[in-house]
Write a protein of this length. Structure first.
Ligand SMILES: [Ca+2]
Ligand SMILES: [Ca+2]
Ligand SMILES: [Ca+2]
Ligand SMILES: [Ca+2]
Length: 271
């Protein structure tokens, strides 16, 4: 007979083994007599044998005694805390000539189990390639580890005058039961280090003609292209020639679209 062991706290228990239909005389009952008597109503004389065709042997199973400490109530298991993963800041900054921005991701609120999270760049006003290198990967923490993890985003040092530009960062797909914190997105600002281009205007020497008016064209030039829209005001002033009698006064604003380096101002010479 196989008796199942378990770790449950429970009272002692019994079961019955019955012998029947033997061609041998069934043996005198042994064992826990009073238990037997209660169950079978047999003669209570301590010396009597039983000649019944059947006999029951009651087995009193004492639960195996466990070490004392294992009989104590098991402590309620503490819920596991896998931690919250997020950026250390909502914003990072780097000078354009700073080579690379270092971004930190933290694990707080729990260190149970191995966890990981994916990071990636994308979006923002900066341009992949000309301003920064697209970056993605996975950060991993082993069980018990709450140390900060970092990754870097390479920044391109160009010679173009630009506005400060941004790179968007994102964390996705936490594993191992970890959750994302509020700072699951962040921004790198790339501070431009290129001065605006110098602006200049050409001299013009041209015959005025004998009648009517003649156009005089002045080239206005940027020393380098800019990624920004650049504007400049112009205005004619009297020199030895006089507005009205020698030339028509003019003024206005020149606009260089991003990338443009030359614009032309047309003035009219009176003849
Ligand atoms: Ca740019
Ligand atoms: Ca740039
Ligand atoms: Ca630069
Ligand atoms: Ca630049």
């Amino acid at each position: 007979m196989l008796v199942n062991g378990d770790t449950q706290e429970e009272p002692d228990e019994t079961f019955v083994v019955q012998l029947t239909n033997s061609n041998a005389g069934l043996a005198k009952f042994h064992g826990h007599r009073h238990d037997y008597q209660r169950r079978c109503g047999a003669d209570t004389d301590a010396d009597s044998n039983t000649n019944a065709d059947s006999a029951r042997q009651r087995l009193h199973l004492r639960q195996s005694r466990r070490p004392r400490q294992s009989r104590r109530r098991m402590p309620t298991p503490t819920p596991q805390a896998f931690g919250t993963l997020q950026f250390s800041s909502a914003s990072y900054s780097i000078n354009e000539n700073g080579a690379q921005a270092t971004v930190t991701v933290t694990r707080t609120g729990g260190v149970d189990g191995a966890v990981s999270v994916q990071y990636s760049t994308g979006g923002g006003t900066a341009t992949i390639g000309s301003d920064y290198a697209a970056t993605s990967g996975t950060l991993s923490w082993p069980d018990g580890d709450a140390s900060d993890k970092t990754f870097t985003v390479a920044v391109t040092n160009d010679t173009l005058n630009e506005l400060d530009e941004t790179v968007s960062l994102a964390l996705n797909n936490p594993t191992g039961g970890a959750s994302l914190g509020n700072l699951s997105s962040a921004t790198i600002t790339i501070a431009d280090d290129d001065a605006p281009p110098a602006i200049s205007i050409s001299d013009v020497s041209q015959a005025e003609g004998n009648s009517g008016t003649t156009n005089f064209s002045f080239d206005v030039t940027l020393s380098a292209a800019s990624s920004q829209t650049i504007t400049v005001d112009y205005l004619t002033l009297n020199g030895s020639a006089q507005a009205g009698s020698d030339f028509q006064a003019a003024g206005g604003t020149l606009t260089f679209a991003p990338g443009e380096t030359t614009r032309t101002v047309v003035g009219r010479r009176q003849r």
